[in-house]
Each structure stands twice: as C-alpha cells, then as structure tokens.
Ligand binder design. Structure first.
Ligand code: CAA
Length: 260
C-alpha cells in the first residue's frame, strides 16, 4: 500500500511511524486510519522489526484529533462506523506483540490523545499538549478515550478532563501519570530511541511476554491474571534467552540474546 498520510521508516530493529498530514495538524481521517492499520500490521508481522515508535511529523502536532472536516456531515451510522474503525486500529496497536512507544511532539488532542494512550507508554516533548476536547464539539471521544483515560489516570482526573475538555501541558500530563517523561523537543526522538535501545538490549521474547501478560492481566480478575503471569514465566524457560540470560549472569558477562 502506498502511503499519503503517514511515513513508515525503518532503522535497524526500530520502525518509526510518522502521522503526516501537515495541513490538518496530522488529524486522522478514514484514509489515515487505514494507512496506520496497514503499517502497524506490517510492523507486527515483520520479524526484523522489534519495536515501534509512533510520532507526528513536524514540530507542532502529534495528532490534533479525528478530522473534524471529515466528520462534520457524517450520519449516525457513518459516525459509528468511523469510531469503530478508529477503535479497531488502536486496539491493533495495543495488541502489537512488540513494544510501541508514543513520542508526543505537540498537540495530542481527541483522537491524538487516544492514539498516544493505546501505545505502551508515552514520552512527551515539553511543548506537548493533551486533552479530550470532544464535548466542546458536542460529541464524546470515539477512539477509546472514555475507556483508556480512566484506566491510565484514574476515574476522577479522567472525568474532569472529559467533562471540561481542558487541554493540559506536558508537565501536568507527567504529574497525573499520562506520560512517563518530559524532554526538550529536540531531545524527544533521541530520548525515545535511547529507551528503545535499553529495551532492545534485553530478551525480546521476555519483553513481549511481559507486554502480553500486563495487557491481558489488566482485563481480568487477579487470580486469572496471576495464572496468565505463571504461564508467561513458565514459557520463558523454554527459550534460549532464559538459558543465555541466567548463564551470562552467573558467568558475570553481558547476555547476548537471540530472541529464541
Ligand atoms: N480536524 C481537521 N482539521 C484540523 C484539526 C482537526 N482535528 N485540527 C486542526 N486542523 C486544521 C485547522 O482546521 C487548520 O486548517 P486550515 O489551515 O485549513 O484552516 C489547520 O489544521 C491549522 O490549525 P489551526 O489554524 O487551528 O492551528 P492553531 O495552532 O491555531 O491551533 C489546535 C491548533 C489547538 C490543534 C487547533 O487546530 C484545534 O483545536 N484543533 C482541533 C482539536 C480537536 O478538537 N480535536 C478533537 C477532534 S474530535 C475527535 O478526535 C473525536 C474522537 O475521539 C474520534
């Protein structure tokens, strides 16, 4: 598929997906969502890629939301379909077997905040702005915001943000736990790549099993969640990475993981 609204770059084991609609602050229309879906599927299936970074092109906007011009005249059924498409694509991102990091480089509003939230975690540039401004447009969030925001920052803070449509800056997003770190804009991608490098130096099967256990466990009761963890832990002992990791520790050397 040829991309017009996104750019997918490969750097060794990393893939970087840029949302790239400069004229609309990287807002998401249907075509952009379909391109993201295609790119994320390709990344998930490519054994050479071990980690995905999602960011916005330019220095002003990560994603300024779903495309308001695109949505303006949708019927209820068309809007439901558009919302369901966004939800599906963002669930796909959440379920990518490899780590996915959002590098939030500016406005992350509405669908943009929702895109950042379906990633495993978020690092923000100091000029980033977060919010769910939908009620100001007379709509609810539609790409998972009513569900992921309470899970990430707690129901009280989430409801205040959802009801007021307040836009918060990067420091406030850090304070409430929406982002893990705030850095200067020019440091954003280098910092995210540094974190990626630390992840990539570890056993990738164990990283992926940790992701799957955390994701699945959060959707279920604690006893079932512990059983998911026990299965993941046991499975690690069928891998070369476990043998290498423990042998390297005992031999006082750096592990050389091969993701097998
Ligand atoms: N959809 C469509 N176009 C958008 C857009 C969006 N979400 N956000 C910005 N744009 C367009 C503007 O219309 C403008 O286009 P023109 O140059 O053709 O007029 C261009 O991008 C630049 O925007 P501004 O001139 O507004 O730039 P600014 O720096 O003054 O403001 C901004 C930036 C604060 C992000 C402002 O554009 C804004 O508030 N955007 C809308 C944010 C929003 O409400 N997002 C939620 C959308 S609803 C949603 O996402 C629902 C859901 O959950 C699925």
């Amino acid at each position: 598929m040829a991309y017009e609204n996104i750019i997918l770059e490969r750097e060794e084991k990393l893939a970087v997906l840029y949302i790239n609609r400069p004229k609309a602050m990287n807002a998401l229309n249907k075509d952009t969502l379909l391109e993201i879906k295609d790119a994320v599927t390709a990344v998930n299936e490519d054994p050479a890629v071990e980690l995905l970074i999602i960011t916005g092109s330019g220095d002003k906007s990560f994603v300024a939301g779903a495309d308001i011009a695109f949505m303006q005249n949708l019927s209820a059924m068309e809007a439901r379909e558009f919302g369901a498409l966004g939800q599906k694509v963002f669930r796909l991102i959440e379920a990518v077997e490899k780590p996915v990091i959002a590098a939030v480089n500016g406005f992350a509003l509405g669908g943009g905040c929702e895109l950042a939230m379906c990633c495993d975690f978020r690092i923000a540039a100091s000029n980033a702005k977060f919010g769910q401004p939908e009620v100001g447009l007379g709509i609810t969030p539609g790409f998972g915001g009513t569900q992921r925001l309470p899970r990430l920052v707690g129901p009280g803070m989430a409801k205040q943000l959802l009801y007021t449509a307040d836009v918060i800056n990067a420091d406030e997003a850090f304070r409430i736990g929406l982002v893990n770190k705030v850095v200067q804009p020019e440091e954003l991608l280098p910092e995210v790549k540094k974190i990626a490098g630390r992840i990539l130096s570890k056993g990738q099967l164990a990283v992926r099993l940790s992701k799957a256990a955390a994701n699945e466990g959060m959707q279920t009761d604690i006893d079932r969640a512990m059983s998911i963890e026990a299965d993941a832990f046991g499975l690690c002992f069928a891998t070369q990475d476990q043998k290498e990791g423990m042998t390297a520790f005992l031999e006082k050397r750096k592990a050389n993981f091969i993701s097998k």
